[in-house]
Ligand binder design. Structure first.
Ligand SMILES: [Cu+2]
Ligand SMILES: [Zn+2]
Length: 218
């Protein structure tokens, strides 16, 4: 229902998947009717309400099936802190408009806003202070920051707030990148969390402070 009402098309899937959805919608109520006829229910008041119930259930199934069968591209990223220890993960999901990034990373400055970017090199070496990950992912040769006329970098993302327990739990959406294919693909690049916030204008990286945790997108 969501798919039909909002977009009228199958965003990620194939024509095959769309036809499965239609088949579900068309065939399920028919099956209900035949089954009820078989049991001699049709026309009875109880049968009418049961038919209505089954038709509703059929609709719910038609919504659930494509969601389960959907072939959405995803990626994982495991964070490594400045001591070289694993600390936290991110799950990335490609959508038609960009990449959704959900992350949970402990051991960060409690209650602070921190910068969060995609960096250009998928190498997290804590012995270099994660400098191994290079600068911000910037396939369009833009300047850094949301507040600059020639910005932002594709790898720029809004600051995130760390919880009072020192754990960052966030969901961010980056509409300037994809997971796979082409210049703006970020699989193989790195996610980076800094100790301070991005001012969205200082070059080349928003004066965001030391790198705290780095994760290769794979
Ligand atoms: Cu950064
Ligand atoms: Zn940047």
């Amino acid at each position: 229902m969501f798919r039909f009402c909002t977009t009228g098309k199958n965003v990620h899937g194939t024509g095959r998947l769309q036809s499965v959805e239609r088949a579900e919608v068309n065939s399920f109520p028919k099956w209900n009717e035949e089954t009820l006829l078989l049991f001699g229910f049709l026309g009875q008041p109880e049968a009418r309400s049961m038919k209505k119930l089954l038709a509703t259930t059929g609709l719910a199934l038609a919504v659930a099936v494509p969601a389960a069968a959907q072939d959405t591209a995803t990626a994982k990223a495991e964070f490594v802190n400045m001591a070289g220890e694993k600390n936290g993960t991110a799950t990335l999901t490609e959508t038609a408009q960009g990449v959704l990034i959900a992350l949970e990373v402990p051991g960060l400055p409690a209650g602070e806003w921190i910068a969060f970017h995609v960096h250009e090199t998928g190498k997290c070496d804590h012995q270099t202070g994660h400098d191994s990950a290079g600068g911000h992912f910037n396939p369009t040769n833009a300047e850094h920051g949301y507040l600059t006329a020639k910005g932002p970098h594709a790898g720029d993302m809004p600051n995130q707030r760390v919880g009072a327990d020192g754990v960052l739990r966030a969901q961010a959406f980056n509409s300037m990148v994809k997971l796979d294919g082409g210049e703006t693909a970020i699989r193989g690049k790195a996610l980076m969390i800094h100790g301070g916030q991005d001012d969205y204008k200082s070059q080349p990286a928003g004066d965001a402070g030391k790198r705290q945790a780095c994760a290769v997108i794979e």
